[in-house]
Design a protein around this ligand. Structure first.
Ligand code: FAD
Length: 317
């Protein structure tokens, strides 16, 4: 079922969902199930599965360094299919511009359609580790909006090189990313919102936000989006702080601000066990306020570990 239909069916109730990351290759899928199992009692209608960009690994071959391009966390689609089958829950594969040609994307979407996957999250992807800026893959898309258009075309039977008369068109519900504190490359929040509006006009059905730690940022973002004419659901993405290093890492990587109270609470922790507890409590407080405000879904970034998400869900749902 489409994410937007799940939202329509809730009759005002806030849904619980989360995002998982495929295991590093060579690791068992059971590790993933062990983290999903404790969260299923909160009845997520859908689970997102991220896609990782390819990256370079350096192999020492008799003293000579050999550079190989590889994907360390493959298997997004296989994981989506296996979770859907095992738990009877909708899964949302993340589809990236970066690292894929348009043809490869078309094959992936056809596979999604055959597997009965109704939702896809259309994302540009970040720059590769070696790059300062995102560089589109040769034969691939430059921006998420181009990917949204490709998916929309497929929904109308328009494949890359031909229009196919068919009564078996895909009907993907398309999610896109939104940034309450603006995307790190955007010159301003206003121009980033205009880009978001373009993605919605191109066919995006809902938005999931980047993490934020101050709910006012989300409320202001939703109000500004509405002002701009964006009427699709905007799902807040919540990440509990888990280690002290997040105080530097999250602002550096995502260009987001952390509230002073949260910084001080984390700073006062003696170890990461205590930090994890602060992160849980902060996320509970954020989630309760967002739920009270009537958000359609609370979507959690699990980062592969579910104990903290379970503690939050238990307090909120
Ligand atoms: P876009 O919407 O293409 O925007 C990228 C930048 O370009 C923005 O600054 C925007 O303002 C600007 N822009 C947009 N269109 C144009 C245009 N036509 N001309 C000029 N500028 C333009 N990354 C992964 O690698 N894997 C994942 O699974 C993943 N999941 C994510 C899930 C969520 C909910 C979020 C919020 C992010 C996720 N990301 C993931 C990260 C995402 O790929 C990065 O944030 C990426 O840098 C931007 O992706 P986007 O889809 O927002 O890009």
């Amino acid at each position: 079922m489409k994410v937007t239909d799940h939202i329509k069916n809730t009759k005002g109730k806030t849904l619980f969902s989360f995002e998982i990351i495929p295991p590093v290759k060579g690791h068992k899928i059971q590790e993933l199930y062990d983290n999903i199992n404790p969260l299923m009692e909160f009845e997520p209608p859908f689970i997102d599965v991220t896609t990782s960009r390819e990256e370079y690994v350096y192999l020492d071959r008799s003293g000579l360094l050999d550079k190989k391009l590889t994907r360390m966390r493959p298997g997004t689609l296989g994981i989506c299919a296996s979770i859907k089958h095992k738990y009877d829950v909708d899964t949302v594969p993340h589809v990236l511009c970066g690292g894929f040609t348009k043809e490869e994307t078309e094959y992936l979407l056809v596979d999604c359609h055959y597997l009965g996957i109704d939702n896809v999250m259309a994302l540009r992807g970040d720059a590769m580790r070696e790059q300062t800026y995102f560089e589109p893959t040769k034969g691939g898309h430059s921006f998420a909006i181009d990917l949204v258009s490709q998916i929309q075309n497929l929904n109308c039977g328009k494949y890359l090189h031909e229009v196919i008369e068919t009564d078996d068109c895909s009907n993907f519900c398309i999610g896109v990313a939104g940034y309450p504190e603006k995307h790190l490359e955007a010159p301003s929040l206003q121009s980033d919102l205009k880009r978001l509006k373009e993605k919605v006009d191109a066919g995006a059905d809902y938005v999931v936000t980047q993490m934020f730690f101050d709910n006012n940022k989300y409320f202001e973002f939703v109000a500004a989006a509405k002002e701009m004419g964006i009427t699709v659901p905007i799902i807040p993405g919540i990440k509990p702080i888990a280690v002290k290093r997040h105080l530097q890492l999250l602002p550096q990587v995502f260009k987001i601000d952390l509230p002073q109270d949260l910084i001080e609470a984390v700073d006062n922790c003696e170890n990461n066990k205590a930090v994890r507890q602060v992160g849980i409590e902060w996320a509970i407080q954020q989630s309760k306020e967002l739920k009270e405000a009537g958000v359609p879904v609370l979507h959690y970034y699990s980062m592969g570990k579910s104990d903290n998400i379970k503690a939050i869900a238990k307090a909120v749902f």
